[in-house]
Design a protein around this ligand. Structure first.
Ligand code: THU
Length: 130
């Protein structure tokens, strides 16, 4: 699976000297192009960024704003679910039916969707005037 391969490869570049927990993420954009990101931590801990945020930033920087598939991988016993903030970030660019694959380096794979990860998400539609 190319998306999983991209996430696994980029995870190697994660900068995680504080948690020592490397995460890789990859998203497929509407064009079919794949964008990858890793977590980038900081000595000022809250300034660190998640792998999903990096992948989304790379996609948007390339001029794309719709994602059709997501993959996240970490070296954990069970697949790592995206944090709350990343669920909101994913929902900004992908619909509720977009498939999300959560994988471990050891080969455990869980499948979900953006909608299942963040039901009832806040969106731009909520700001429309009636
Ligand atoms: N992390 C991610 O990059 N993505 C996730 O889905 C969960 C957590 C990172 C943030 C931090 O650098 C490290 O994992 C430990 O929380």
């Amino acid at each position: 699976m190319p998306l999983l391969d991209a996430a696994r490869d980029v995870r190697e570049n994660a900068y995680a000297p504080y948690s020592r927990f490397k995460v890789g993420a990859a998203v497929r954009a509407a064009s079919g192009r794949v964008f990858a990101g890793c977590n980038v931590e900081n000595a000022a801990y809250p300034e660190g960024t998640c792998a999903e945020a990096g992948a989304i930033a790379a996609m948007v920087a390339a001029g794309e704003t719709v994602l059709t598939e997501v993959c996240v991988i970490a070296d954990s016993p069970e697949p790592v679910p995206p944090c709350g903030g990343c669920r909101q970030k994913l929902a900004e660019f992908g619909g509720p039916d977009v498939p999300v694959t959560l994988a471990t380096i050891g080969g455990v794979v869980a499948k979900t969707t953006i909608g299942a990860l963040l039901p009832g998400s806040f969106s731009a539609a909520h700001m429309e005037k009636t």
